[in-house]
Design a protein around this ligand. Structure first.
Ligand code: ATP
Ligand code: MG
Length: 432
């Protein structure tokens, strides 16, 4: 260690010709103290990669005593896969460059890798030529390990955070579902009481209406030579009674929507029948019909009359939305539900379940479409945007419970890309 020490001191001081007295001696002795007391490994390497000086901290950090390592190649300290660093480092030091805080891995004498932060500077002779490199190596293994652990904990933390977020989402979803179920229950209760009320009122009003109609017809027949005013008045009265009667009939339909008589039906032929029933309205409004019926539909257990009524209501709504013509597209298809959606889930309480095969019916128009305000009220009884005397606002209010009683769903929205509306009715493919 002594011989090595002498060499170390020369290199550390960067002065080879000190005479041991005067200010130079003081500088040199200060540098000696730094060399010996430093906590970081200090060592010098010749430009051909041989270790020429080695301090005590270097012995502690790398595990080699000075007398063993001095004269040995620096590559002893460098792992196989990092040997390329040696060449680049020595080349840049030889060019006079300094390297600061270069973090890398080196090997201890027992082969254990350690994390080090290296700072290397060239040392020069009196002519300013680079003669060797002086390296300061700080053992940062503990810091690195702590960082790696922090990284692992941070990954674990973000995993936990993601898990919590997923749980929160699921919680929110189930809260929303509970709310919507509550809403449906309230709505159903409301509809039921409206239904009962409607049935009572309808029965009370139907008979007086029949009497009035009879009286109008009687007058029309018995009045001799009625003037134009009288004819007009009688016609208006008849129309008013007929209209009142249609409202009453709507109410009755609405209140009796709970009773079904089902049998195995072919959805396509029900759609065809409904189209036949609205043919007159379609022709009158110059509406072109496109039929896209799937040929492989299995039969469905349906109440024929009621479902025809649903299809007719949807088609008439489409016609009404296209007063100056357009296209009515009627589609049927069989579909396997692949993904969860508004009515599709995994639980028994969901109307449809993922993986189930259903029959989808779409009635699409190129009409006005539906605005946001209308959308939320579509299925409300008596909600209509049609001029007074045109719609009763019961059409969809009747459709919804009918479809629901069949275990199906009905949704109405705008077509993708706008330019009209689309009603989608979905049935289970068969119900025992
Ligand atoms: N295809 C559609 N395009 C645009 N708006 C529609 C469509 N279908 C329904 N609507 C809107 O929904 C409202 C309610 O429809 P619903 O069938 O319940 O009643 P209505 O058609 O107004 O009257 P009713 O059917 O009793 O004669 C309509 O007034 C209309 O504003
Ligand atoms: Mg309608």
């Amino acid at each position: 260690m002594k011989g090595a020490g002498a060499e170390q001191k020369d290199v550390a001081a960067g002065t080879q010709n000190l005479n041991g007295s005067g200010p130079d001696a003081e500088v040199r002795s200060r540098l000696d103290a730094v060399w010996e007391l430093a906590n970081d490994a200090l060592f010098a390497v010749s430009l051909d990669g041989i270790i020429v000086a080695w301090n005590r901290a270097a012995e502690r950090i790398y595990g080699y005593p000075a007398q063993t390592i001095i004269g040995k190649p620096l590559s002893l300290l460098v792992p196989e896969d990092r040997r390329h660093e040696l060449e680049t480092t020595i080349t840049s030091i030889a060019r006079g460059a300094t390297i600061e805080h270069f973090e890398t891995i080196r090997l201890r004498s027992d082969g254990v890798p350690i994390d080090v932060s290296l700072s290397i500077a060239p040392t020069r002779d009196e002519k300013g030529r680079v003669t060797s490199a002086l390296a300061v190596a700080r053992d940062i293994t503990a810091i690195k390990q702590a960082l790696r652990q922090a990284e692992v904990s941070s990954v674990k933390l973000s995993e936990r955070e993601a898990m919590l977020r997923r749980a929160l989402l699921a919680l929110r979803k189930s809260l929303e579902e509970t709310k919507s179920t509550q809403l449906h229950l309230v709505q159903a209760a409301k509809l039921e009481s409206i239904g009962r009320l409607a049935a009572g009122v309808a029965h009370e009003v139907k008979n007086p209406l029949a009497v009035i109609l009879f009286a109008i017809d009687y007058l029309a027949e018995t009045v001799q030579r009625p003037d134009a005013n009288m004819v007009g008045a009688l016609n208006d009265a008849r129309e008013a009674v007929l209209r009142a009667d249609s409202v009453i009939r709507g109410l009755l339909e609405f209140s009796t929507a709970t009773e079904l008589t089902v049998s195995k039906e072919d959805v396509n032929s029900l759609l065809q029948k409904a189209l036949l029933l609205v043919r007159h309205a379609l022709t009158k409004s110059h509406i072109f019909v496109v039929e896209e019926f799937a040929s492989d539909l299995p039969p469905v257990m349906l109440d024929r009359t009621k479902i025809e009524q649903v299809f007719v209501n949807l088609m008439i709504n489409a016609v009404d939305a296209m007063p100056s013509g357009g296209t009515l597209i009627v589609r049927s298809r069989r579909e396997q539900l692949k993904e969860p959606g508004p009515d599709v889930g995994y639980r028994r309480s969901d109307p449809f379940r993922v993986g189930q095969t259903v029959i989808v019916i779409e009635i699409e128009d190129t009409g006005t479409g539906i605005d946001e305000a209308t959308r939320s009220r579509l299925f409300d009884p008596f909600f209509t945007t049609k001029p007074p005397g045109r719609g009763t606002g019961l059409g969809l209010a009747v459709c919804k419970p009918i479809v629901a009683l069949h275990g199906g769903t009905i949704r109405i929205g705008n077509r993708e890309g706008g330019g009209g509306a689309r009603a989608t009715v979905i049935f289970q493919s068969i119900r025992p």
